[in-house]
Design a protein around this ligand. Structure first.
Ligand SMILES: Cc1ncc(COP(=O)(O)O)c(C=O)c1O
Length: 370
């Protein structure tokens, strides 16, 4: 049987919750949206939560609602999912790519200040694979230069930075619930923020530019349909009830991988401890060591697939994507990004992955490496 890269964890409770929405007759803009937003706020310790149709939609709303527009520059790493840069381009803002730290694969705070120009408006910070970025340094830089901070927490619900949940530290934070995430709503996302005005603006923008005080079919500005249906919210509410058990299980899966791979000389494993942080395990991404450069990551992935094991090549740097290559040259050399991106391999990772399957993946991987 094929071992997938990821798999959602759906129980009878989720099925019953979705069925009950279907039977209720109220499929959108109903009580489940409010309940889901409240549950997310409570869990994260966030002041406001705005449910949206995807993480990408959430990132776009942050950019738009923070007033970032044509020609404004936003600093972000190239080693992340393309949605972050796309959200900037929707508003004709300019992504300015900087390098990452080799250990956490997060934006390197030491690289940010040299990329700041008079046009810089914000720093967009992904918490890559569920590992918190160094928010203390990043917020200090942002304060010194009067910049906004958008956290891309799409891969990191539940991760903590010095006791505070990631996504709640910057001006706005975005979470995503695609089925490969720690919790899923099938498709969907949520934006959190402290500022009531910002939240109200995002609520209006997600619903065709209609603010709460507007009548039906009265639109104060041009908006979008970025709404999250009641079915998606019902699923999310049930998933969120189990989040602690889910995060603990994922930590256990990561621990089992580590136990099986710790003596593998050809691989570097992801960090298990980041001082002052709680990791929320999104994926288990190993790297072929730089001194084993003759080993091809892609050949390794093909070999595993032949043995019915799916893997992921997270991430192809954004500045090398055909959609960005010619239009958005990086502001500085991205040596770490380019060296690491060619060597990363995400192994199957999900709640129900058994120890037997983990052992199988690790045996096949080590055999292929030999
Ligand atoms: C880091 C990161 N940002 C943004 C997104 C976009 O989320 P969505 O797929 O829900 O639009 C994802 C999800 O894949 C992600 O991993």
């Amino acid at each position: 049987m094929r071992i997938p890269l990821s798999a959602p964890d759906i129980t009878q409770a989720e099925i019953a919750a979705v069925e009950s929405v279907l039977r209720s007759g109220r499929l959108s803009l109903g009580p489940r949206l409010e309940e889901f937003e409240q549950a997310i706020s409570d869990y994260l310790g966030a002041k406001h939560a705005v449910g949206v149709s995807s993480g990408t939609a959430g990132l776009h709303l942050c950019v738009k609602a923070l007033g970032i527009g044509a020609g404004d520059e936003v600093i972000l790493p190239s080693f992340t999912f393309i949605a972050a840069a796309n959200a900037l381009r929707y508003e004709r803002a300019v992504p300015v790519f900087v390098d990452i730290e080799p250990r956490t694969l997060n934006i390197d705070p030491g690289r940010i200040e040299s990329a700041i120009s008079p046009r810089t408006r914000a720093i967009l910070v992904p918490h890559t694979f569920g590992i918190p970025a160094d928010m203390r340094e990043i917020l200090a830089i942002a304060n010194r230069h009067g910049l906004r901070v958008i956290e891309d927490a799409c891969e990191s619900i539940g991760a903590e930075f010095h006791g505070q949940k990631v996504g709640t530290l910057g001006d706005a934070g975005v979470f995503a619930f695609y089925p490969n995430k720690q919790i899923t709503t099938a498709e969907g996302g949520v934006v959190v923020c402290r500022d009531a005005g910002l939240a109200a603006r995002m609520r209006a923008l997600r619903n065709q530019g209609r603010s709460i005080s507007d009548d039906w079919l009265h639109h104060s500005e041009i908006g979008y349909n970025y709404r999250l249906s009641e079915l998606h919210c019902a699923l999310g509410i049930e998933q969120l009830k189990r989040i602690e058990a889910i995060l603990r299980r994922r930590e256990e899966v990561a621990r089992l991988y580590r136990a099986h791979l710790k003596d593998c000389a050809a691989l570097e494993l992801p960090p298990f401890e980041v001082p002052g942080c709680r990791i929320s395990w999104f994926a288990f991404v190993v790297r072929i060591r730089a001194d084993r450069a003759r080993l091809s990551r892609d050949a390794l992935a093909r070999e595993l697939l032949k043995r019915e094991i799916e893997t992921g090549r997270y991430f192809g740097p954004i500045h090398l994507q055909p959609a960005y290559r010619s239009s958005t040259p990086p502001a500085q050399p991205l040596h770490v990004t380019q060296s690491i991106a060619a060597r990363t391999l995400a192994l199957p990772f999900f709640n129900q992955l058994t120890e037997e399957s983990i052992a199988q993946v690790c045996d096949v991987l080590q055999e292929a490496l030999r």
